[in-house]
Design a protein around this ligand. Structure first.
Ligand code: GAL
Length: 414
């Protein structure tokens, strides 16, 4: 009732203001179609409507957003860009360089974004000094999720080293449980790979390999060991994995068919949407090794005609970084607020751990951008790495061949 009344009163205000105030319109392209994701984006739709906005939804299913990015390119090429687009990391800069992004500095300045966002994250949202995207959240990628009962029944603790992980996986396999729930899609292979790489190379090695693209690190014995571990991981995955969506892999952990999943904390959004309780039904632990891999979702506004669409962009940008949305959205999405001034007391233990670990990692130089989720590299370089990772994961290619291919692919992508 209250919501309806608010919507009616803002609609009435808009009507009173007449032609001076355009009614906010937004066509929003995103890939949030799984249970927890859809609940979370629903929060934004609701707030937008309460403020008198009309939302046209353009969901493009496909975890990790590859399909969404293909759809975006087609729309921009045909001269009909969506109003707002889920876009992140260096891809924001790439689109800015094509001259198609709108400047949202007026909202950012009026709302004081610079005072409430960590500087490193604000940096991703700025293009040539102007604000070109609005950040939504911080997802952590390097998590292991587990079914609490399955671990208990098999006398297994959350692994703290990769050797412990391997020992647990072998024990589970003998007991007839699928050790690792996984979907054989390139971005999911890349997600496991970067988590293993962070754990085994350490934060400095990860940075050298996937931020600096240092050829010596890409072909180092440590990188060979990362591919060796990936070959082991492949053995822990069931034979129906190819093509499986990530949320169906999460469901396998929920229903006890599988023990673990290595995935960013959007997986927690799935557990929560299904009514599962952290610490009771499912466990979260940072993957073995030091460091924190961040993945910040954000929305960029595209250059569009029409006062109503521009009003929609302003309203969306304002809501996205607003404190209420930051709290309610992230409670559903599994991530933590990107604003530093949102209290976390309503958030669960996994979210609180994420926030504490992020602060510690930021202090000791171990806070790193996720390459698999488009935070570290431009599209061509990230794609070149993922092609090798997935080719190795899906064949009997040796680790030595893989590192050579990796270095070559990266060199050719520059
Ligand atoms: C990530 C994105 C998350 C989540 C996930 C699975 O790249 O940042 O918000 O949607 O893909 O779709």
């Amino acid at each position: 009732m209250q919501k309806l009344a608010m919507a009616a009163s803002s609609a009435a205000l808009i009507a009173l203001a007449g032609p001076l105030l355009a009614e906010p319109q937004a066509e929003v392209l995103h890939w949030w179609t799984a249970g927890g994701e859809a609940k979370a984006v629903g929060v934004l739709q609701e707030e937008f409507a309460e403020q008198g906005g009309t939302w046209t939804d353009m969901p493009v299913a496909g975890g990790g957003g590859d399909a969404a990015m293909t759809a975006l390119r087609a729309r921009v090429l045909s001269g009909n860009a969506p109003t707002a687009v889920q876009l992140k990391g260096p891809a924001i800069q790439e689109w800015y360089e094509e001259g198609v992004l709108a400047d949202i500095s007026d909202v950012a300045e009026a709302e004081g974004w610079a005072d409430v966002l960590p500087a490193s994250i604000a940096g991703h949202m700025k293009c040539d000094g102007q604000w070109c995207a609005a950040p939504v959240n911080v997802h952590r990628v390097d998590w292991i999720w587990a079914n609490a009962d399955v671990l208990d029944a098999n006398g297994i603790e959350m692994p703290t080293t990769w050797d412990e992980f391997n020992a647990a996986a072998e024990k589970l396999q003998e007991a007839g449980v699928i050790p690792l729930a996984h979907g054989g899609q390139a971005w999911q292979d890349a997600t496991i790979f970067e988590v293993v790489a962070l754990g085994m190379l350490g934060p400095d090695g990860f940075e050298k390999a996937f931020v600096e693209l240092d050829p010596d690190t890409l072909t180092s014995p440590e990188m060979v060991a990362v591919f060796d571990q990936m070959a082991k991981m492949r053995g822990y995955v069931d034979e129906n994995a190819p093509g499986r969506d990530w949320n169906l892999a999460t469901a396998m952990v929920m229903n006890g068919e599988a023990a673990f999943q290595i995935m960013g904390d959007w997986a927690k959004g799935e557990f929560l949407a299904a009514g599962k309780v952290p610490g009771e039904d499912f466990l979260c632990e940072s993957a073995p090794g030091e460091g924190y891999l961040y993945n910040v979702d954000s929305f960029a506004m595209f250059e569009v005609d029409g006062e109503d669409k521009k009003a929609g962009q302003e309203l969306l940008a304002k809501l996205i970084v607003g404190p209420n949305f930051q709290k309610v959205f992230n409670l559903n999405k599994g991530s933590i607020p990107v604003r530093t001034d949102v209290p976390l007391d309503e958030f669960d233990s996994c979210a609180n751990k994420s926030s504490e670990d992020m602060a510690a990692a930021s202090d000791n130089g171990a806070l790193l951008p996720s390459y698999a989720h488009g935070m570290a590299l431009r599209g061509a370089q990230a794609g070149a790495i993922t092609d090798v990772v997935t080719a190795h994961f899906n064949s009997d290619m040796s680790s030595d061949e893989a590192v050579q291919m990796l270095a070559d692919a990266v060199a050719n992508s520059m």
